[in-house]
Design a protein around this ligand. Structure first.
Ligand code: FRU
Length: 468
């Protein structure tokens, strides 16, 4: 093992063991970093009966730093085990960060495709010069220890006409071949996705480029390409898209293009559809689990205009719960994976016809259905349905988060997963989802309902996380 990896693998547990208490906003059923900073989910898969969740992890600084791959695994997505960091920045091609990527499971082990980041010192723009985004592969025979890493492609191996921003390999097997999508920024600052093919996972050939007829943002991060009910979808997190209203109100967008035709040759992208309408959702990744497709997103936003006060307790950000993605009338919907129902404790039912307040546990699932109008207040977060929109207003505890809206359609029901400082709101059967962090003071939580309808509230048990 190289000396750098050896030392880093000793230092990370030291940082984790000396981490301060996560504080009042520590989460009950969302995966957060043991200490420090978390962003994108990586390498999601089910390998030899266990779900593996890797994530972008900067263990030494809650405000971000050099990226490792953190690691949790679980048999049921309720009881998690924290594993040692899967990958450290320890090679010449990934020295300044083991960036995002994906897993391909084989009989012999787990193949992890990732981006190795290198940034040069000096007066660079870090767009056209000064950085390398290398595509690399790591192999793990047991899904817990990496045996070897290898550089697959560097900037000189990518098609011409690109900037130095080319990253986030998502790899899958289809018809006896391997395919990879990579997010890219062209030299003209237009976002696109590169498609590669390989026979052996090691040598890759560029076979196609997916782009919109008109530029749509300057960079497409974290691509994912999959088929659901016969329809192909290209998931991306585009940067530089105009802020035009619901679904396009955050610093960066996140959503999908339906893809028509064959991604290997003639194909076109349909209109971009936002995947989530809340403040904190980015860089989601999907994976196949038997017949279903699951998705986990980063509950955060790069370069956000708002903040997270947990940084003062030494940690920042979390992942969404695992969600199932389904296709309804050619559009994607998301709903919590059914396993999450295993967290449900006591259930209480309420009818409301006038304003009514209900005390809540700190972690709860709330199901509301109503006729006519609805106003709902959750300890400082207000939800209202009016003028065809479901609007979330962070009145207190938003730390800069203000208002976000989602299309309401003929909305009559909603399901809310509420954690200590995280909200996932699934409306219209998952057609409109709002994901947000918020940081209410104290431990008391109250649900105030106005309008007319019914609510069912489950207390949610915390999931268990076994730490080393
Ligand atoms: C998205 C992203 C990826 C990159 C990773 C680095 O949030 O910028 O494009 O691989 O984060 O942490």
């Amino acid at each position: 093992m190289n000396a750098l990896r050896k030392d880093l693998e000793k230092l990370v547990p030291l940082a984790e063991q000396s981490a301060p208490d996560p504080g009042p906003w520590g989460l009950a059923f969302h995966l957060a970093p043991p200490t420090g900073w978390l962003n994108d989910p990586n390498g999601l898969c089910r390998f030899r009966g266990e779900y593996h969740v890797f994530y972008q992890y900067a263990p030494f600084d809650a405000n971000g730093g050099v990226k490792f791959w953190g690691h949790y695994k679980s048999r049921d997505m309720l009881a998690w085990e924290q594993c040692p960091v899967m990958m450290c920045p320890d090679q010449p091609w990934d020295l300044h960060g083991v960036y995002s990527g994906s897993a391909l499971c084989g009989e012999d082990g787990m193949y992890l495709f990732y981006t190795g980041s290198v940034k040069y010192d000096g007066g660079h723009d870090y767009i056209m010069t000064g950085r390398e985004n290398n595509t690399a592969l790591a192999f793990s025979p047991d899904g817990v220890h990496v045996e070897w890493k290898r550089l697959l492609m560097g900037p000189e191996d990518y098609p011409s006409g690109l900037s130095r921003h080319v990253r986030d390999p998502k790899v899958w097997e289809q018809d006896g071949r391997y395919y990879m999508v990579l997010g890219a920024r062209t030299a003209e600052s237009v976002g696109e996705v590169l498609v590669f093919a390989s026979e052996d996972k090691l040598r890759w050939t560029h076979i196609n480029t997916l782009r919109t007829p008109e530029p749509f943002g300057y960079m497409w991060e974290c691509p994912d390409l999959f088929q659901l009910d016969g329809q192909w979808f290209l998931l991306v997190s585009p940067q530089g898209v105009e802020k035009t209203g619901p679904g396009f109100e955050n610093k960066y967008a996140c959503g999908y293009f339906p893809l028509y035709g064959d991604f290997r040759g003639d194909c076109t992208l349909g209109g971009f559809v936002p995947l989530d309408y809340g403040f904190d959702f980015y860089a989601p990744q999907t994976f196949r689990d038997g017949e279903r497709r699951l998705l986990i997103g980063w509950m955060g936003m790069p370069d956000a205009e708002y903040s997270s006060p947990t940084a003062t307790s030494g940690w920042q950000h979390c992942l969404t719960v695992p969600r199932e993605v389904v296709c309804v009338d050619g559009r994607l919907r998301m709903r919590p994976a059914t396993e999450l129902e295993g967290l449900r404790g006591e259930r209480r039912e309420y009818a409301f016809s006038e304003r009514r307040s209900i005390p809540l546990p700190q972690s709860a699932e709330i199901q509301v259905s109503w006729e006519g109008s609805l106003s709902l207040d959750l300890s400082g977060v207000r939800l209202e349905v009016a003028d065809g929109l479901l609007t979330l207003t962070a009145e207190t505890g938003g730390y800069g988060r203000t208002v976000r809206s989602a299309p309401a359609g003929s909305l009559r029901e909603m399901r809310i997963l509420m954690d200590t400082s995280a909200l996932e709101i699934f409306a219209n059967g998952g057609a409109s989802v709002l994901t947000a962090r918020w940081y209410p003071e104290g431990t008391e939580r109250t649900l105030t309902l106005g309008g007319g309808g019914r609510a069912a509230v489950y207390a949610l048990r915390p999931m268990t996380v076994t730490r080393p």
